[in-house]
Ligand binder design. Structure first.
Ligand code: GLC
Length: 717
């Protein structure tokens, strides 16, 4: 208990006092819901009283002052999926993709701090945040939860949120390590990819997030990586994470992702999470047996325990144990709204229809349950938002899962709409306008509402959930027909998309204004209205490519749809060229490119200069030529030497400028972003040569190519 000692020394003092049984206790987690569920055996009776109906629980060791670990999902707010804690509302942050669309790590840190505070205020100790698998397939059911397709952007945003969460003296994770890039067959698939390609993409994203956020734990994934389950994969856990990256924290499994005792322990798994989800207990008696027969060395168990204990000291769980208190909900809601406002992307604005400063006399608001709130994604990250009521929840019409023994499992929760409603926010923004709402189910009714209004605003939804992928990128149901009909009835039609990821827009040419609001969380209704009426000048930029068709994807047909529980491979033929890099390599024109976003102003970038040497540095002037204050994001891309190398993001700068203001931004690249990973020598190699550099406001609107020379360099992995 001497805080002047360093965390490793304090952990070592504790370990010396622990019996083997006490060490084994720290590496075996339980499902945190009292009595368990149809998915998981419950925790042993002696711990039931301590459970908080959260995702996970690891009993502490009171004799030694080691607190229990109460684990809660997730990165979008304190989750309460299926309302296991009835009435426990929490601030619903925007989706992970919306956070990435802000390109604003400082703001995302604030959101993380609010999330961490709401965990701590409940007495929780671990937030299972930092979900950041690269969006290799935009149909992936957790695309909404993750941070897009680019390793630098995803790593930076996830790292910022993790750092924010941990600033509240709770532990955060990053997940799911690694290549858990689709939901279909997530427990059966093997992600097949070369090591260099993985290092330069999904693994680089995690490396950046871990360097920037220092998460206390890393969650290994359900899927296999090159044929070996992630949670017993020595390459991922022992070689990359612990040897190369010198990761000091601990590896905890995903819920039900452990398949062995000896292989897992010796491959680098440090804790079996929610062991009731696994086919059997692996890190209990079987681990004691393995220690007894020598198949797992006692030093391995000591290392597991050390990693957990040192992290508890580092993150303040021992010195500042969380004490339940009321949360600063008003402050957190304000932060959530700022994130939503910064992440909304203006995709189209023909004729400057937006912002609606012309004070329309009448407005038709149509569809998307805009009268009750904004959509959120399903699964373990589901928050029961502030102001939640069952009126905000629609049962999912999907298949009821019937489990062995006949138990029926509806999906975790319905379509939950986060208050507060866009309709009310629009009415507040335009008090003098006559506003009518049509729910969009009857297209004729919607059309007549639109016809008689100055402006029509159609809200369109694409619901996503953990556990399954979306079948295609089309807006479900009759929404495309609704939008087309409304646009035909009123040339001043605006579409507001509340989607988990990219969607196709067959009606685009006939709709003058399109806004991507994502799943915008508790502040989403107000944020959307603020953008529509010009209170906020939109500054979001796409963190993911919007394809023009699914045929443009590396895998036009989602792999594994016909696997039905059998193992299958997903061959990541694109390698490290995820998203916009694939599109460039294949000369494909997307619907909207990575990094794209309009604003109400106009900005000019000029005077760009680049230099080489040890790495690429680029600077440029940005001027707000518009008449309103706004934020511009200057994006820098580099093209390494060599054939067929697509440009990749090497940095950006998002700045706020008053009309007429000029600011010179400067960006310095992390050399690994333009390096090749040399597997045989286990190192990054930056080739000497000519590198192309461009700056601009999206991956497809870049200024002239500049050329710099880099010296040859090698860097540790
Ligand atoms: C889920 C998810 C993981 C979550 C965990 C606990 O299956 O994959 O992201 O943190 O289990 O709910």
């Amino acid at each position: 208990m001497n805080p002047s000692l360093d965390p490793d020394a304090r952990a070592a003092l504790l370990e010396a006092q622990m019996t083997q049984d006490e060490k084994l206790r720290l590496v075996l987690g339980f499902f945190g819901v009292k009595g368990g569920s149809i998915f998981s055996r419950g925790a042993p009776p002696e711990y039931q009283a301590e459970l908080r109906n959260t995702a996970g629980f690891i009993p502490g060791i009171p004799r030694l002052g080691i607190p229990s670990l109460v684990e809660s999902d997730a990165g979008l707010g304190i989750a309460n999926s299926a309302n296991t804690r009835p009435g426990d509302e929490a601030t619903a942050l925007p989706s992970g993709l919306a956070m990435a669309a802000t390109w604003n790590p400082d703001l995302i840190f604030q959101g993380g701090a609010a999330l961490g505070a709401e965990a701590r205020d409940r007495g929780y100790s671990v937030v299972l945040a930092g979900a950041m698998n690269l969006a290799r397939d935009p149909r992936g059911g957790r695309t909404f939860e993750y941070a897009g397709e680019d390793p630098l952007l995803a790593g930076t945003i996830a790292g910022a949120e993790v750092a924010g969460v941990q600033s509240a003296h709770v532990i955060s994770t990053v997940k799911h390590f690694a290549l858990n890039d689709q939901e279909t067959g997530r427990r059966e698939l093997s992600a097949e990819i070369g090591e260099a390609e993985a290092r330069e993409s999904d693994l680089l994203a995690f490396e950046i997030a871990i360097e920037r956020g220092a998460p206390g734990a890393v969650m290994c994934a359900y899927n296999r990586y090159n044929g070996v389950y992630s949670c017993e994969n020595p390459f991922l856990l022992n070689e990359v994470l612990k040897r190369d990256w010198k990761y000091p924290g601990w590896v905890l499994s995903d819920w039900g992702a452990v398949h062995s005792t000896v292989e897992s322990a010796n491959s680098g798994l440090d804790q079996e999470s929610a062991s009731g989800f696994d086919r059997q207990l692996y890190f209990a008696a079987p681990l004691a047996q393995a220690l007894a027969d020598g198949s797992v060395a006692p030093a391995r168990l000591d290392d597991m325990v050390h990693r957990i204990l040192r992290t508890m000291f580092v993150r303040g769980l021992v010195d500042n144990p969380p004490t339940p208190r009321l949360s600063d909900i008003a402050g957190h809601l304000a932060t959530a709204q700022l994130e939503a406002e910064d992440g909304i992307v203006l995709l189209r604005n023909e004729g400057a229809l937006l912002p609606l400063t012309s004070h329309p006399r009448s407005i038709a608001v149509i569809g998307g349950h805009a009268d009750i709130g904004v959509l959120s994604g399903g699964g373990s990250s589901q928050v029961m938002p502030i102001g939640h009521s069952l009126a905000n929840e629609f049962p999912v019409g999907g298949p009821v899962i019937v489990l062995p023994g006949g138990a029926r499992a509806m999906p975790l929760s319905g379509h939950v709409f986060d208050p507060y409603s866009p309709l009310v926010a629009i009415e507040t923004a335009a008090p003098e306008a006559h506003i009518i709402y049509a729910n969009g189910e009857d297209i004729a009714v919607a059309v007549s509402a639109a016809k008689n209004a100055d402006v029509a605003i159609v809200f369109a939804l694409q619901w996503m959930t953990e556990g399954s992928d979306v079948p295609n990128l089309s807006l479900p149901g009759t929404q495309n027909a609704l939008i087309a009909a409304v646009a035909a009835a009123n040339p001043r039609t605006i579409v507001v998309l509340e989607t988990g990821g990219p969607v196709l827009m067959p009606w685009l040419a006939n709709v003058p204004a399109v806004v991507e609001a994502w799943y915008a969380g508790n502040g989403g209704g107000d944020a959307t209205a603020n953008v529509l009426f010009g209170e906020v000048n939109p500054s979001g930029r796409l963190p993911i490519t919007f394809p023009a068709s699914e045929d443009q994807l590396p895998r036009p047909v989602l792999p594994g749809l016909d696997a039905h529980g059998a193992w299958f491979d997903v061959d990541y033929v694109e390698g490290a060229d995820v998203g916009y890099r694939w599109f460039e390599k294949k000369n494909l024109v997307p619907l909207f490119p990575f990094g794209f976003g309009l604003s109400y102003g106009s900005f000019r970038i000029d005077g760009a200069q680049a230099s080489g040497g040890a790495t690429i540095a680029v600077s440029a002037n940005v001027t707000n030529d518009g008449s309103v204050e706004g934020k511009e994001t200057v994006e820098a891309y580099a093209v390494p030497p060599g054939p067929d190398e697509p440009a990749r993001l090497i940095g950006w700068s998002k700045i706020d400028l008053a009309p007429g203001e000029t600011h010179r931004v400067s960006i310095t690249a992390d050399p690994r972003l333009v390096a090749q990973f040399e597997v045989d020598r286990d190192r990054w190699h930056i080739a000497k040569g000519d590198y192309g550099v461009r700056v601009g406001t999206s991956s497809q609107s870049l200024g002239d190519m500049m050329h710099v020379t880099l010296d040859e360099q090698v860097l540790p992995p």
